[in-house]
Write a protein that binds this ligand. Structure first.
Ligand code: NDP
Length: 310
């Protein structure tokens, strides 16, 4: 029997070649790139910002695998194709996200952002030191990553709350759910961390009305997707002093264009979509597991719910 074939449709040369190498280590599957002569045999595609004409060009593809935790990069056409879509769920990525968010929370809580600003003006200024339990962190999205971040911050002593679509119970985290509890959640948050998936329901959710619901002087951490943020509303909120700062890891346009105002907006820290990633070896391992399940007729692991879009 022919071994199952996986096509790599990854719009990032480095990731594409790492996946080619890692998937190539499994001798019970065949791996190919779109230009290869056997690409037409592919039953599964592993994707990062894939070719939108993928299914027209390679009609044997019967399932899609995101090379990331998020699936928004697949685009509407592929997400609505009806094919099963699996994604990466990775303990190391969850921990990496917790580390990134902890840095953001400490930066705000222990006033490192203010110290850096003061240093630039040769100003020596001390701020009162609050205990961690007086800092209120709110996490939007309590899924695989958000729940790990929320419980990890709570273990660190912060006062943590979280918001999700459906009600959740998490140790030492107060939880809110649905649109009806959104404002109550926001009103008691000093550092707001976005870990929602990007879809129709969450596009533009980080907007003026949200910023006005937060206590004055709050900090925004956007580690979800650029499409969650209305950039001009954030710049306005920082200029007006509604927000003290924002740490942004994801942007509507990536790489962030050199002339973009967010590079130089006071109070904004820009990081290059580095909050947390999975290794190519981990992605390849999960893709390999799933293609073997697929050919045995078993359900794929970590699939999205098409009606919810995540
Ligand atoms: P999950 O699908 O596991 O969790 C999503 C969470 O968001 C769930 O708790 C879900 O609620 C909640 N949610 C979804 N829609 C809504 C809504 N309309 N209102 C309220 N809550 C909602 O995703 P992950 O935790 O694995 O990943 C989250 C996102 O993090 C990814 O989609 C990606 O965009 C981003 N990410 C960013 C990285 C970076 O480096 N910057 C790295 C990895 C991920 P419920 O539980 O009720 O379904």
């Amino acid at each position: 029997m022919m071994s199952p074939t996986i096509l790599i449709s990854v719009d990032d040369a480095e990731l594409s070649s790492s996946l080619l190498m890692e998937l190539g280590k499994f001798d019970d599957i065949t791996v190919c790139l779109p230009q290869d002569s056997n690409a037409g045999d592919a039953q599964m595609a592993v994707c990062w910002h894939p070719d939108q004409a993928l299914l027209d060009k390679f009609p044997q593809i019967q399932c899609l695998h995101s090379a990331a935790a998020g699936v928004d990069h697949l685009g509407k056409g592929l997400l609505e194709s009806g094919l099963p879509v699996a994604r990466i769920v990775d303990p190391d990525q969850k921990q990496g996200m917790l580390e990134y968010v902890l840095w953001c929370v400490l930066n705000h809580h222990r006033d490192f952002d203010r110290a850096a600003k003061n240093q630039a003006q040769q100003q020596w200024h001390l701020y009162p030191q609050l205990p961690a339990n007086e800092v209120r962190v709110g996490v939007m999205g309590l899924g695989e990553i958000g729940a790990h971040v929320a419980t990890g911050l709570a273990q660190f002593g912060y006062s943590v709350s979280g918001w999700s679509r459906s009600p959740k119970q998490l140790e030492r985290v107060s939880t809110f759910s649905g649109p009806s509890e959104f404002t109550d959640f926001l009103e008691q948050v000093d550092v707001l961390v976005n870990l929602l998936p990007l879809n129709q329901a969450t596009q533009g959710i980080l907007n003026q009305s949200l910023f006005q619901s937060l206590p004055e002087g709050a900090c925004l951490v956007n580690t979800g997707r650029g499409g969650h943020l209305v950039e001009e509303d954030l710049i306005n909120a920082l200029e007006k002093g509604w927000l003290r700062s924002a740490v942004l890891d994801v942007f509507a346009a990536e790489p962030l264009p050199a002339e973009h105002p967010l590079w130089t907006t006071e109070g904004v820290t820009v990081t290059p979509h580095m909050a947390s990633s999975s290794s190519a070896a981990m992605i390849a391992h999960q893709v390999h597991q799933n293609i073997l399940r697929f050919i045995k007729g078993q359900p794929l692991l970590n699939t999205i719910d098409h009606t919810l879009g995540y």
